[in-house]
Design a protein around this ligand. Structure first.
Ligand code: ATP
Ligand code: MG
Ligand code: MG
Length: 290
C-alpha cells in the first residue's frame, strides 16, 4: 500500500492531492484550473484530435490543446477528478494484449535484451524464464509483456486492474497476478464496497461506452492498446467512467477491419477491447445481485 501524490491540484477554491494510478512519476503536472498536463506523445495527440470530433467525445477527458512548459511539450487534459470529493479511483487497462503488433515486428527485427525485465519476471515467478533466458539473464520486451498479459487477467478476460485507490487514500497496485474471474470479481467488489449504490451507475455507463464504441468511426479504425477505463466515485454517490491513455492507439492499416472481440492472431490486429467491456459488465451485474 502506497500513499503518493505527484502534486496538489486546485479547483473552485478547493485543494486536493491529485491521484495517479499508473505511468511514470514525472509524466504529469498541474495545468490550468480543472486540467492536468500529460507529457506529449504523438499517437496520443493524434487520437485526442480525432476523439474530439467523434461520438466518443463525451467518454474521454476534454483535450485542451498543446502546452509548452520549461521547454517540455504537454497535452492539456480535463482533470476527471476535479468534481469529486475524496475520490475512489480505479484504472482498468483494457484489451487482451498490451503491446502493439508493430512493437512485436520491430522487436523481432532488432531484438534488444532487457536485464531489468528479466529481474521483474524472476521476482514474480522464478520458473518463468526459459533455460536460455536464465543463461543470458535477460529477455526481450515483447516476451515480458506477453508474459505479463498471461499472468494477469488481460489475455483471458480482456482487461486487468492496474490500480485502485480507496477514499481513505490507500492505494493498491498488486494485481499483477490477479488472473481468474473470481479473484477479479473480489477486487471489483472491494473497490465499490463502501458505496454499493454506484454499481448501477457503473453498469449504465459501461453499456453506454460499449454501444457508442460499436458505432464510433474512431473505434472501428484503430487498434486500441494499453488504453484504460478510469472509474471514479465518491461518497456523494457521483460515479462515472472515462476512456484514457491513447499512447498506443494507432490507426489500422486501411485493408484491416477489426471486431475488438475476435481472438487475436498476429496480423489481424484484434485487441479484445469489447470482450473486456462485456466481461466487466457481466461481473458488475453479478455484484448487483449478490
Ligand atoms: P501507462 O502507459 O504506463 O499506463 P501513462 O503515462 O500513459 O501510463 P496514463 O495511463 O494516461 O499515463 O495515466 C496514469 C494515471 O493518471 C491514471 O491511472 C490515472 O490515475 C491518472 N490520470 C490520467 N489521465 C487523467 C485525467 N484526465 N484525469 C484524472 N486522472 C487522470
Ligand atoms: Mg495507462
Ligand atoms: Mg500510456
Amino acid at each position: 500500500i502506497v500513499r503518493w501524490t505527484p502534486f496538489i491540484q486546485e479547483f473552485k477554491r478547493r485543494k486536493y492531492p491529485w491521484i495517479q494510478l499508473a505511468g511514470h512519476q514525472g509524466n504529469f503536472q498541474a495545468g490550468e484550473p480543472g486540467a492536468i498536463l500529460k507529457k506529449y506523445d504523438k499517437h496520443e495527440h493524434q487520437s485526442f484530435n480525432k476523439l474530439m470530433v467523434d461520438v466518443l467525445r463525451s467518454y474521454v477527458p476534454e483535450y485542451r490543446g498543446e502546452v509548452v512548459k520549461d521547454g517540455e511539450c504537454y497535452l492539456q487534459l480535463q482533470d476527471l477528478l476535479c468534481e469529486f470529493e475524496a475520490a475512489c479511483v480505479m484504472d482498468v487497462k483494457m484489451g487482451c494484449r498490451t503491446y502493439l503488433e508493430d512493437e512485436l515486428t520491430k522487436a523481432r527485427q532488432k531484438p534488444t535484451l532487457r536485464k531489468d525485465m528479466y529481474q521483474k519476471m524472476v521476482e514474480v515467478d522464478p520458473g518463468a524464464p526459459t533455460p536460455e533466458e536464465h543463461a543470458q539473464k535477460a529477455i526481450t520486451k515483447p516476451r515480458y509483456m506477453q508474459w505479463r498479459d498471461d499472468m494477469s487477467s488481460s489475455t483471458g478476460m480482456g482487461f486487468r486492474i492496474e490500480g485502485i485507490r480507496k477514499s481513505d487514500g490507500a492505494q493498491v497496485k498488486n494485481f499483477k497476478t490477479t488472473k481468474d474471474r473470481a479473484s477479479v470479481k473480489t477486487s471489483l467488489r472491494q473497490f465499490v464496497e463502501e458505496h454499493p449504490a454506484v454499481v448501477t451507475k457503473y453498469v449504465r455507463r459501461l453499456k453506454a461506452i460499449k454501444v457508442t464504441q460499436e458505432s464510433s468511426p474512431f473505434f472501428s479504425s484503430h487498434e486500441v492498446i494499453g488504453s484504460s477505463l478510469l472509474f471514479v466515485h465518491d461518497r456523494s454517490g457521483s460515479a462515472s467512467i472515462w476512456m484514457i491513455d491513447f499512447g498506443k492507439t494507432v490507426p489500422l492499416p486501411s485493408s484491416v477491419q477489426v471486431t475488438h472481440r475476435k481472438p487475436w492472431q498476429e496480423g489481424n490486429h484484434e485487441d479484445g477491447y469489447l470482450t473486456g467491456i462485456d466481461n466487466l459488465i457481466s461481473i458488475f451485474q453479478e455484484l448487483l445481485k449478490d
